[in-house]
Design a protein around this ligand. Sequence first.
Ligand code: NAD
Length: 367
Amino acid sequence: MSNPSLLILAGDGIGPEVMTEVKKVIHWYGDKRDMAFDVSEDLVGGAAYDKHGTPLHDGTMAKAQEVDAVLLGAVGGPAYDNLDFSVKPERGLLRLRKEMDLFANLRPAQCFDALADFSSLKKDIVAGLDIMIVRELTSGVYFGEPRGIHLEDNMRVGINTQRYTEAEIERGARAAFELAMKRDKRLCSMEKANVMESGILWRDVVTEVHADYPEVELSHMYADNGAMQLVRAPKQFDVIYTDNLFGDILSDCAAMLTGSLGMLPSASLGFPMANGRPKAMYEPVHGSAPDITGQGKANPIACILSFAMALRYSFDQGAEADRLEAAVEKVLADGLRTADLIGEEGVAPISTTEMGDAIVAALDASL
Ligand code: NAD
């Protein structure tokens, strides 16, 4: 049987720096766990624009459709800020999500004990936090028609449309229930059924899908209350399923419960391919961080944890994903910190490379 395939798109700014550390981890799995991957690399974002005049070459898009999983670093940077909207680096990312039909965006918010003091919330509220937000990613108000700005009686009017079909709600709901089955079997669906018809449909469809997952405890919450509960008592949640707009906001809110942007992974999943694996792209939540690019300051953990998500959700290697997360936890517990994780205590920071090497050493120690 051939090895599973990975396409690495490191992108711009700190993307290539953090991806270099992920490649060490990928090689470790090949060398030490007999889990070799067929890895190919290509350009995305500004790097692709510089070479091809487009943020995602058609050939790269075709490769992304064929591989078992895509690992993406970050795109964008000041050099590309004034480009036409159609060729901005972010368009490359959006094209990947859209053409691969990645409708379920998984954003874990997990608080490592060693970093509990780093959260903006009190330690006892976030210590041990482990929640997963599933955001519907390819429909809703960011895509609905009609949209635009036009004149009505000499007054400019801005329009966006929240539109969901039951199929769009259902496929994301199934992804969320499946995840809940692998976790604590609790799912909270968030919408605004009190004021939005799309919210009423959302609640109905999620309730219907629940019939196929009777072991999961389902609850419903208005999204504004959900935002309050996330900062009041986040540990009450296991999996949250919500729409594109609410998910955008709630997942950023949940993310900051855990401290630094440099720690946050994500996965975007689509329909299963012929081999049963879902179409998938894994990427850190952070951007290209032009302010620290080339200085060895970037935290590679978000990108490394994104690879851990690939192990779990694309390659069915949950135990190996646990091993990698435990290696990250150990390094942090040992007091190693990149600059973004340094609080007031004034510990000397280690570099991107040193953090990657320490995680590989912790993987070695786990054998
Ligand atoms: P950013 O996430 O790049 O940076 C925000 C702040 O967090 C910066 O101070 C940065 O130094 C810090 N930071 C981010 N990642 C870090 C890491 N791994 N280690 C240490 N510190 C880290 O967001 P921004 O500054 O708003 O955007 C910069 C560029 O990135 C823009 O061009 C933006 O469009 C792009 N962007 C891309 C993505 C993506 O590729 N998914 C996401 C967000 C922003």
